[in-house]
Design a protein around this ligand. Structure first.
Ligand code: DC
Length: 229
């Protein structure tokens, strides 16, 4: 019998802390990690580099199927993404890629093309998957679903700090504006819009530290799988 893979989904808007939470959870539980936003970002970057228009749905879906992308960890355990063998991790985090990713992510054929790639990350003992539709579309049967919220201003501040820490130039008012626009697009698209699954636990992290959020998440996981702590 195939070994089971326990899936924990972490969805939410940009800057809500879902990536940080998912990564810490995966490390703590010894699970694999899928940062699905990176897949959309890397597709957007490949399209920008190859001059594929961001509204050419069929060409983008074809590109999504043939994309040579690898997720690895550096010697220090930092995640990195390789596109055609080149480390593009830094470029992916910029708002240009974020904005382009949000555009290509609104196209149904693109989302369908990335579905199997995302599900293939599910390997024993388990997977923590973060994104927008992990609990609603990609892993609807996941036994633990978290939807992380935070006020827009707080999310913009966090994204600003994250980019600065990575040495990437960013301006707070512009970030706030871009996050608001991206939220609007992600929440209102007809296919796989950003919204909590009916069985998701909603956590508002605006006034919570990352340790508090992690504790709450571990508590939810322990209800389905008691973990040695
Ligand atoms: O989480 P992120 O900022 O890296 O995601 C970039 C964009 O990709 C985001 O604006 C929406 C899209 N996305 C999506 O539509 N579905 C996902 N599961 C993950 C990301």
């Amino acid at each position: 019998m195939a070994e089971p893979c326990l899936v924990i989904t972490v969805d939410g808007p940009g800057g809500s802390g879902k990536g940080t939470l998912a990564r810490l959870l995966a490390r703590r539980l010894g699970f694999h990690w899928l940062d699905s936003g990176s897949l959309y970002r890397v597709l957007a970057l490949a399209a920008l580099r190859r001059g594929v228009p961001l509204d050419d749905e069929q060409a983008l879906a074809e590109l999504a199927r043939s994309l040579d992308v690898r997720f690895e960890a550096t010697d220090k355990g930092e995640p990195r993404v390789l596109l055609d063998g080149e480390d593009v991790s830094r470029e992916l985090r910029g708002e240009a890629c974020g904005d382009a990713a949000s555009r290509v992510a609104a196209l149904p054929a693109v989302r369908a093309a990335l579905l199997d790639r995302q599900r293939a990350f599910c390997k024993p003992p388990g997977l923590v998957a973060d994104g927008r539709d992990m609990g609603t579309v990609v892993f609807p049967d996941a036994p633990v679903k978290i939807f992380l919220e935070a006020d827009l201003e707080e999310r913009a501040r966090r994204r600003h700090k994250q980019l600065k820490d990575q040495g990437i130039d960013a301006n707070l008012p512009d970030l706030l504006d871009e996050l608001a626009k991206r939220d609007e697009r992600d929440r209102n698209r007809p296919v796989a819009p950003l919204r909590p699954a009916p069985d998701a636990t909603i956590l508002d992290s605006t006034r919570m530290s990352i340790d508090e959020v992690l504790e709450r998440a571990l508590e939810l996981v322990s209800r389905v799988q008691p973990q040695p702590r």
